[in-house]
Design a protein. Structure first.
Length: 448
């Protein structure tokens, strides 16, 4: 009886936009090939639709409505939930962390796609890392919403005017998409919630955005960025340009000027700092044997990793320069999905002996919401601002949610928001301490 031929294994690391899109493309092209197995590893068992994360923080959208279980959208792949511990491109093995309740495993691969995304970069400021809130995960959004409600509850009965000012001042660091959209949603939440607190008026709450660069929303035209700043200022959001954070102790934010002749520092009293000012690849990528620059994996024009045939990197953790500007592509969901499509196509070509195609990218445009029923958009050379840009943002991103039931749930959330106030209940969530990871892997049975 002839020996059974071992199936080729394609391993995709990461369950974000890049990882999920790559798996879906591979399923479409290789799903019926019995000689190929598609395997996916992700720290979470769901895809988080991050563009709507600020709306979860403001209570506009329910928490579970922007998460799509990976098993329901990538049903043709073998899925492992776990955090990648180590990538060995020489031995073609990836180790996944274990805990006291979950076995650590090693997965062998023939072809590898690294799409591990990024994590928040605090630029070495330990005080900021310890005390600031972030906007990268679903848990971050829930914690921030609870924090806002908690500050309102404390301020309602606070008699010390200095402490009260700190409670009602909210500072967002970073003038990119995440920072601007978070600031707009925060102000909407505060204005809607203030009516339920007799001692807190709309004029008592303050939201500030600190941006180290001379403009907000990079990538948009100066005119659209100026429109966004003006509209947000009209709603009471203070946007400070050329202002960088140098420290935060939970009560005061230390700032310094970054513009010409603006080196003097200052202090902003606040109990709540939201950090959206930068990302960096995860430590797993940085300490891997793959060549990196600035923590990101260097890739060639085909998105392959030099020196390791059959290994590709896509998304936030991949470093590739735009040939038109000579600068690295920005870490966006749109770019991640485009790279995932190219990587999947090149993997298919590599397995079939075909010719790989270089990655080519042209942005279809950018959109951002800047507050209640207002937004800006730049699509196919056309600039739109105001209500119609906000409506366009909603329609485009709603269509991008991969599951119909989630699209309907989000649409219902938006409809309810028109007619009813937001819920101001603060959920006191208590979680068990995270289990310590352990280095030891079980024996032979854990090599798959």
């Amino acid at each position: 009886m002839p020996a059974r031929r071992r199936r080729k294994k394609v391993l995709v690391l990461g369950g974000g936009f890049a990882g999920v899109e790559c798996v879906r493309r591979l399923e479409a092209s290789l799903g019926r090939d019995g000689g190929v197995e598609i395997v996916m590893v992700s720290e979470d068992n769901f895809l988080l639709f991050t563009p709507m994360l600020p709306q979860v923080a403001s209570g506009t959208i329910e928490t579970r409505h922007i998460v799509m279980p990976i098993r329901t959208i990538c049903g043709g792949a073998t899925f492992y939930e776990g955090r990648v511990r180590n990538i060995d491109p020489h031995g073609k093995i990836v180790d996944v962390w274990g805990t006291g309740q979950r076995r650590g495993i090693s997965i062998h691969y023939d072809f590898l796609v690294v799409a591990l995304g990024s994590q928040t970069n605090f630029f070495g400021m330990s005080g900021v890392e310890k005390h600031a809130y972030t906007m990268k995960t679903l848990n971050d959004a829930v914690l921030l919403r609870n924090r806002v409600v908690d500050m309102l509850e404390q301020a309602e009965n606070e008699t010390d005017p200095i402490r009260r000012r700190g409670l009602l001042t909210f500072v967002v660091v970073g003038g990119g998409f995440a920072g601007i959209e978070t600031a707009g949603e925060l102000m909407d939440l505060l204005h809607d919630a203030a009516k339920h607190y007799p001692n807190v008026g709309r004029g008592d709450v303050s939201v500030s955005v600190l941006e180290a660069m001379p403009s907000i929303l990079p990538g948009f035209s100066g005119k659209l960025a100026a429109f966004a700043r003006q509209k947000m200022s009209e709603r009471g959001i203070d946007i400070r340009l050329n202002t960088a954070v140098s420290g935060f102790d939970g009560r005061e934010v230390e700032v310094r000027g970054t513009g010409e002749g603006e080196k003097e520092g200052g202090v902003i009293m606040t109990n709540t700092l939201v950090w959206t000012a930068g990302v960096t690849p995860p430590n797993t990528v940085k300490r891997s044997l793959l060549k990196t620059e600035g923590g990101r994996i260097v890739v060639d024009e085909n998105l392959g990793v030099p020196g390791f045939a059959g290994v590709f990197a896509v998304g936030d953790c991949a470093l590739l320069a735009d040939p038109r500007t000579g600068r690295p592509y920005p870490p966006t969901a749109q770019l991640a999905e485009a790279q995932a499509k190219t990587a999947a196509r090149n993997l298919h070509a590599l397995m079939r002996g075909g010719k790989m195609s270089p990655f080519s990218y042209k942005s279809r445009g950018q959109m951002a919401v800047i507050g209640k029923r207002a937004g800006i958009a730049s699509l196919f050379g056309f600039n739109i601002a105001g209500f119609w840009a906000w409506a366009l943002w909603r329609n485009v991103y709603l269509s991008k949610i991969p599951r119909a039931d989630k699209r309907i749930r989000v649409l219902l959330d938006w409809t309810i928001d028109v007619f009813f106030d937001r819920d101001i209940a603060r959920l006191k969530l208590v979680t068990k301490p995270a289990e310590l990871e352990y280095a030891e892997l079980d024996e032979v049975d854990d090599v798959w």
